[in-house]
Write a protein that binds this ligand. Sequence first.
Ligand code: CTP
Length: 395
Amino acid sequence: MTRILLIVGGGIAAYKACELIRLLRRGGHDVRCVLTDGGAHFVTPMTLAALSERPVHTSLWDLKDEAEMGHIQLSRQADLVVVAPATADLMARMAGGVADDLATTLLLATDKPVLAVPAMNVRMWQHPATRRNIATLRGDGITVLEPDEGPMACGEFGPGRLPEPHAIVAAIEALTGTPASKPAPSLAGRHILVTAGPTHEPIDPVRYLANRSSGKQGFAIAAACAARGGRVTLVAGPVTLATPAGVDRIDVETAREMADAVTQALPADVAVMVAAVADWHVDAAPSKLKKDGGAPVLALRPNPDILATLGASDRRPRLLVGFAAETDDVLVHATAKRSAKNADWIVANDVGGDVMGGDRNEVHLVTAAGAERWPDAPKSEIADRLADRIADALR
Ligand code: CTP
């Protein structure tokens, strides 16, 4: 997956940027859009937001954007900046080092490769000023695609048309070396054991201790592994999610039941422990505790640590992946958990916001080699990326 910052300039070809976003997203890439004032005359921020599934950035002076993500950060969080359509005016300002709106400021601030995809009237394209600007941009290390030749929206004929979106995707792939169409690596013949969801620890027949885990990330990982041909056993705590296609599901309630189900499911090539397992249980009362008996004191007893038990077991899967839900010092805790539990990888997520129960996640993958930041993405994309990594690691 490549993180692309797409700057949509003001030309009729802006409509083709919509198809470009669709193709890039279908190829598994992350696209964040910046729409210039001119671009907003041709497509709306809403269109780009819907296609990219991301907020669209339009103004340098949007205080909310600056508070959430400064423009410098926006330009640096991408792997590649793509300007499409790049108008004559936008390229002139780029060549001159102008920074008078969000797009040009980002382009001046970025330290990432830039691909400009020009689209303009044939005479504007052939004008010596444009030729000069393009030579300057190329001299500055910016890749400028040649426009297509053909009939133009303005009624003229010649070079100046925006290349077709699939050709732009091919240029992006050539620049980043990440083909969007690369087939997902296979997990055929592998057994993948996944835990997901919370556990419920009964206090009495009607009450229990629980946590906010929804199970969505674990279910998405089970689905992604099954989609790659793996045999998947999903040990699920109490959640109401549908079982992903091709997955064997075992429903459990408590941490102790989850631990037993995991042991029963061994051997496995890979275990991905996504569940938010309760750390403690109480000895449940056999009948409902009554209020008039006074406030009960709950004596918490430790639950088995399923991941640590697997890590120490002689039946340890070849690849052992844990999750770490943290609210602070995320990487410090995740790194410590990796060694304490003898896991190969820890997927660390900051659950301070609305990650638990939400549809998106932003994680770090902590391995023996260090920590990699994965950008905020739908949980399904995090799952795909993790499943690909697992398949690569087993090869
Ligand atoms: N885990 C487990 N069994 C437990 C507790 C945690 O298998 N009893 C696994 C989780 O599935 C996850 C990893 O251990 O893969 C880390 O879980 P987390 O709740 O973040 O860590 P804890 O070890 O419980 O530590 P703490 O709650 O103190 O942060």
